[in-house]
Structure formats: structure tokens, C-alpha cells
Design a protein around this ligand. Structure first.
Ligand code: FMN
Length: 357
């Protein structure tokens, strides 16, 4: 049973907003928008992805021109107890700005302490609160992430406390609801706004859907029509055309890309261009893809020990190689090695074999 009573009243007071736009244009005629006082250069946002959206991947996204980058979630409790591994995850650089750091948790006190710690020590431009994570460890065991959607009173308390604790805009990333019987994204978004949130990201799936099925973009539209803070639409953007369609169909202020950027960070650059002039970039060549794998590894090596970086690259390699011919052997060999020279040699051999065929 949802404990919505207190905030149903407040939510009721918020009038239906007819699409407030946060878009404006710079002197070159390019679209800009703002979250609080943070200026964002285009409508493309990189999704927080645990195990993916670290400094290495984010740097690549920024090189692709990404307007706003959201760092993978960190646990409030882990920050609260100064867990070193989690503190290391907070590493960020000025190059990535504007950068948002996401936190997950379920307890007002530890959330506040963690947000303040991150604000004071890392100085991200934005702090984002995770209310979408569906994985059992987070949503069931810790009653965090998407579980918060079941407790609007707590949503209000957490958002308000974090807003009061930090001096940067606070945003919230939500799903459409816990399950199909409790779709409450509009109510939750309004509560977040009342509690002082500066923007909302809506992933158009329920917690019980996980990542399956199709994202419901209509719920993004409904949220956009119900709040007067910027709304970022999220779910199933796999091409620049999808991005344009989401902006048009939902009226959202910006779009967030997650899985579509795995093995294809160029989608960021291509989408920015397509939204600007309607033209599409050509397919990337195998050389470009192989060079990107090498670059990604190099960036990871700056933040990880060699073995860890190479092991972490395996997921990315599988994504980058999708669509390229005769990669089975290359993948097999790459997944076995923890040696950088061998790793790079395998990639070079692959390119020359393909060239000579
Ligand atoms: C590997 C992976 C890790 C994710 N980690 C997070 C996370 O840390 N925080 C979060 O809010 N969402 C996380 N998500 C969800 C994405 O941010 C996004 O909402 C979801 O993938 C839907 O967008 P897409 O269809 O563009 O991928 C993750 C998704 C994936 C695939």
C-alpha cells in the first residue's frame, strides 16, 4: 500500500503545467538549457550506468560533446562509513563538467551526510538521487532506488534534506512506478519538485519491468505536463532519430542515453548533430572502433590497476565489436589475456587480417 496520503494533498495543489520550456539559444543559435543555474550546451545526457559510467567512459562521452554527464550511482551508506572503494568511485575531472553525481540510499540521515560529503569534497555541478534502480540488492534488500517510489513521504523527506544539505542543484531519476498497478511517476515528480528538486529524469519503465519490454514514453509526457522543472526523458534511445522522436512526442527538455552508448559513444555526437541540422553521420569504420577500444582502455588505465582495467574492458570490447565481421576468435583471445601488449596486438592483428581479406 503506498503511503501517499500527506503528499497527495500537496501534489493536488500543483496545477497542470502546459509544457514550460527550459530551452534557449546561444549567440550561435544553438539550443541550450539549464538545471538550476547550470548551463547545458545541448539536449544529450549520458545515463548513469553502474560499472560503466566511470571517469574513463565519461571522458569519452565528453569528447563526443555530451551536454550533461551523470556518474554511476554510489551508496550513501558506503560514503557515510568512508568505504575507500566507494570514495575512489567519486573520482571526477573538470573536463567532464557539467557533471552530476548520483547517490542511492534509503535513509534520510546517511543520504544527507553522503550528499554533503560529495558536495564539499568533489564539487560536482549537480547531485542526482536514484529512485529507479531495480536490482534486488538495492531495491529489495536496501529498500533504496526504485523502492522509494512506494513511499512518497520518504521521497519528500530525502529530497528536501539533500536540497538543504548541498549548494548545487539536486535532481531525481525515477521510473514510471514500482509495478503496473502503481504507476505514480507524476505524483513522485510533483513531490520532488515541492521538495526542491531542480529537474527530474523519467525512465519509462516500472521496477518490475527491469530493462525488458518497451519504455513508455507517454509517462514522460505526462510528467512534463505536470511539473515546472526540466524533465529529461529516458528509455530506448538507440539512434539520433529516436532522440528527436522522444523530444517531439514527449516535449521533454533533454534526452538521456544509456545502453545505446555502449560500444557506440558516437551516438552522442551523432545525436547532437542530427538534432541541430538533421544530418546523419556515416557508419564508423572498424579502425575507428578498434581505436576507440584502445583509447577506452588507456583511459581506464589512468584509474585502475592494469589487470582490473583489462578485465573491465571485456564487457566494452563485446559491445564495440558488435556488427564487425569474424570477431569470435578475437573476443576469445582478448577475454583470456590480462596483458596490455597482447591486448593491443590482438586488436592490430584483427585489423590487418580484415584488411587483407
Ligand atoms: C549496466 C547498467 C547500469 C545502470 N546503472 C544505473 C545507475 O547506476 N543509476 C541509474 O539511475 N540507472 C542505472 N541504469 C539505468 C540507466 O541509467 C537507464 O535508465 C536505462 O538503461 C534506460 O535507458 P536506455 O534504454 O537508454 O539504456 C543502468 C543501466 C544499465 C544497463
Amino acid at each position: 500500500m503506498l503511503q501517499a496520503q500527506n503528499h497527495k494533498v500537496l501534489a493536488f495543489l500543483v496545477p497542470k503545467i502546459e509544457k514550460i520550456s527550459f530551452i534557449y539559444y546561444n549567440v550561435f543559435g544553438d539550443i541550450m538549457w539549464k538545471i538550476g543555474n547550470i548551463e547545458i550546451q545541448n539536449q544529450v545526457v549520458l545515463a548513469p550506468m553502474a560499472g560503466i559510467s566511470n571517469n574513463a567512459f565519461r571522458t569519452i562521452a565528453k569528447e563526443m560533446g555530451c551536454g550533461l554527464i551523470v556518474a554511476e550511482m554510489v551508496s550513501d551508506k558506503a560514503i557515510y562509513y568512508h568505504n575507500q572503494k566507494t570514495l575512489d568511485m567519486l573520482y571526477m575531472t573538470d573536463f567532464e563538467r557539467p557533471l552530476s553525481q548520483q547517490i542511492f540510499g534509503s535513509d534520510v540521515e546517511s543520504f544527507t551526510v553522503a550528499a554533503k560529503y560529495i558536495n564539499d569534497n568533489m564539487h560536482p555541478d549537480i547531485i542526482d538521487i536514484n529512485m529507479g534502480c531495480p536490482v534486488p540488492k538495492v531495491a529489495t534488500r536496501a529498500q533504496a532506488g526504485s523502492a522509494l517510489l512506494k513511499d512518497p513521504q520518504k521521497v519528500f523527506e530525502i529530497v528536501k534534506a539533500v536540497v538543504n544539505a548541498v549548494d548545487v542543484p539536486v535532481t531525481v531519476k525515477i521510473r514510471s512506478g514500482w509495478d503496473h498497478n502503481s504507476i505514480n511517476a507524476v505524483e513522485i515528480a510533483q513531490i520532488c519538485e515541492q521538495a526542491g528538486a531542480s529537474a527530474i529524469t523519467v525512465h519509462g519503465r516500472t521496477r518490475s519491468q527491469g530493462y525488458s519490454g518497451k519504455a513508455d514514453w507517454n509517462i514522460i509526457k505526462k510528467v512534463k505536463e505536470s511539473v515546472s522543472i526540466p524533465v529529461i526523458g529516458n528509455g530506448d534511445i538507440k539512434s539520433p532519430m529516436d532522440a528527436k522522436r522522444m523530444l517531439e512526442e514527449t516535449g521533454c527538455d533533454a534526452i538521456m542515453i544509456g545502453r545505446g552508448a555502449l560500444g557506440n559513444p558516437w551516438i552522442i555526437k551523432d545525436t547532437i548533430k542530427y538534432l541541430k541540422d538533421g544530418t546523419l553521420a556515416p557508419q564508423r569504420t572498424k579502425e575507428e572502433k578498434i581505436n576507440m577500444i584502445k583509447k577506452h582502455l588507456n583511459y581506464l588505465l589512468k584509474i585502475r590497476p592494469e589487470k582490473v582495467a583489462i578485465t573491465e574492458m571485456r564487457t566494452h570490447v563485446a559491445h564495440y565489436l558488435k556488427g564487425l565481421p569474424n570477431t569470435a576468435n578475437l573476443k576469445n583471445e582478448i577475454f583470456k589475456t590480462t596483458d596490455i601488449e597482447k591486448f593491443n596486438q590482438l586488436l592490430d592483428d584483427y585489423v590487418s587480417t580484415i584488411e587483407s581479406n
